[in-house]
Ligand binder design. Structure first.
Ligand code: ADP
Ligand code: MG
Length: 246
């Protein structure tokens, strides 16, 4: 299968401490991947490297068909190249409706030249409806975003990222603070999104990871400890030892 993102031999030190140690990772253009690992394993730092927030001292990060290096690109350029990242704290505009939040995201994607004189066209409004359906908020379009549940706000944020049509979506601990049914719906949203793009999900909740039903990468001390199906990696003795703290 083709590769969208190829990370190889990447290392990052913070004051001499190796947070990422010779890490290699690949993902295809329409693939869902879960990243698990104990606290401090380097999961968030790994995402920071891909998005350009943290620069590694060693290694390569290659992107797309032309294998361009992300390491020389600014965070803004990396986002423009198609890397979208969802942070834990939602950044939706609480005073505005779900519809208007989504429309703003669509418009930011479509009309960078004249936001001031922007009037939404039919295509943009249709795209808002489509996104709302993808994130299960089609019944909530008129509601103020501030009134949504925690889970619904997270979905709205995912919808706003999807509006930018990222080729790779990075999601850090989406299930935190969600109810069981919200977690279930979140796995459905991410699985659907990964049919047309790459999606990398960092998550602690093993039931959530099981429902994602995808290849899993286990990080430990900044390196890949194991990779494969959840059943495969949870039978791996190194993984068992790490999780039992041996
Ligand atoms: N900016 C930073 N400065 C110093 N140490 C950091 C920094 N960011 C992360 N670390 C350290 O790197 C390690 C990996 O952190 P992180 O990527 O946040 O782990 P995870 O997300 O898997 O819990 C941790 O030991 C953390 O304390
Ligand atoms: Mg983290």
């Amino acid at each position: 299968m083709a590769t969208l993102l190829e990370v190889s031999g990447v290392s990052v030190s913070f004051d001499g401490f190796k947070a990422i140690n010779n890490l290699s990772f690949q993902i295809g253009p329409a693939e869902l991947r879960a990243i698990i690992g104990p606290n401090g394993a380097g999961k968030t730092t790994f995402m920071d490297i891909i998005t350009g927030k943290t620069r590694p001292q060693e290694g390569r990060v290659l992107w797309g068909e032309k294998s361009v290096s992300l390491l020389k690109m600014s965070e803004a350029k990396i986002a423009q190249a198609g890397v979208g990242r969802k942070f834990q704290r939602p950044t939706v505009f609480e005073d505005q409706s779900v519809h208007d939040n989504l429309l703003m995201a669509v418009k930011n994607n479509r009309a960078p030249f004249s936001v001031l004189f922007y009037r939404p066209g039919f295509a943009d409004l249709a795209r808002v409806e489509e996104l709302a359906a993808e994130i299960g908020l089609e019944e909530e379009l008129k509601r103020k975003s501030g009134e949504l549940s925690h889970g619904q706000k997270q979905w709205l944020e995912i919808g706003m990222l999807l509006a930018q049509d990222p080729r790779l979506l990075l999601v850090d601990e989406p299930a935190a603070g969600m109810t069981l049914s919200e977690r279930e719906q979140t796995t459905d949203i991410l699985r659907e999104a990964a049919k047309t793009r790459a999606v990398v999900v960092v998550e602690h909740d093993m039931e959530f990871v099981r429902r994602l039903n995808c290849k899993v990468t286990v990080l430990h001390e900044g390196s890949v400890l194991a990779e494969g199906s959840l059943d495969h990696v949870t039978k791996n003795q190194d993984v068992i030892d790490v999780y039992l703290g041996r």
